[in-house]
Design a protein around this ligand. Structure first.
Ligand SMILES: [Zn+2]
Length: 71
């Protein structure tokens, strides 16, 4: 399978080699529920690191950052 993945923010093709993503991206996924207007819809998107930085710069309160204990 030679899937082409693109950043949803800037549309840039993400670096893939042999089907493996060669850059780290933000993966957003949400299944909307009953108390939303999108009940039953699953929304997902990818953001490259630059677009992720851009997105979090618009947040009033920055994301919670913790250190991963296992890598
Ligand atoms: Zn991007």
């Amino acid at each position: 399978m030679n899937e082409i993945l693109k950043c949803n923010g800037c549309g840039r093709e993400l670096r893939m080699e042999n089907g493996i993503l060669k850059e780290d991206v933000f993966e957003g996924k949400k299944q909307w529920g009953y108390f939303s207007k999108k009940d039953g819809e699953i929304h997902s998107f990818l953001l490259c690191e630059d677009c992720y930085e851009d997105m979090i710069s618009k947040l009033m309160i920055p994301p919670v950052v913790t250190e991963a204990t296992e890598l």
